[in-house]
Design a protein around this ligand. Structure first.
Ligand code: SF4
Length: 162
């Protein structure tokens, strides 16, 4: 029985029909380039996808870091990969593209940051640290300077100077 699928290798999104011919091989129809044939054959036996998720960090101002794999990994490895990622904790201010977990489960594919923990986040983290050490500041929402919460941060810094 023919299997229908859409090739996701490029924006053309060719509609493929895959016919498993048994010993005579797999016939793929509807693809406009050889990548479609390869995609369909692998999709039938061992589908792969890019994994995107988030990782815990040690920074109170940015508790989750968005990440993705640098390439596709087998779908069957998603559950163990997500378990491994769940045990991670990023303790460094990484930039987009930096490796968070190399060679995910021996696939040869790395897990990289897709967001930026560098820069202004350090100020916010430092200030939240102050808040935790000073119970009188605990109810205040401290974020970036220039925001409503950031204006509160300026006032709180003044308090801390006494
Ligand atoms: S078969 Fe080729 S052209 Fe068609 S969607 Fe896949 S990669 Fe793109």
């Amino acid at each position: 029985m023919p299997v229908r699928m859409v090739c996701v290798r490029c924006p053309l999104s060719c509609k493929l029909t895959v016919i498993d011919g048994g010993e005579t091989g797999t016939e793929v129809q509807g693809h406009r380039c050889p990548r479609g044939q390869e995609y369909a054959e692998r999709e039938l036996v061992d589908p792969h996808r890019t994994l995107t998720t988030t990782v815990r960090t040690g920074f109170a101002d940015r508790p989750r870091l968005p990440v993705r794999t640098t390439g596709e990994i087998p779908l069957r490895l998603f559950s163990p990969a997500l378990r491994a990622i769940k045990s991670l904790r990023v303790e460094r201010r990484v930039a987009p593209g930096e490796i968070v977990l190399p060679d995910v489960l021996g696939t040869g594919v790395d897990l990289i940051a897709t967001d930026d923990l560098t820069g202004e986040g350090e100020l916010a983290s430092e200030t939240v640290g102050h808040r935790l050490r000073h119970p009188e500041l605990a109810g205040n929402d401290l974020r970036r300077p220039g925001t409503a919460a950031g204006q509160g941060e300026g006032a709180l810094r003044a308090v801390l100077q006494f």
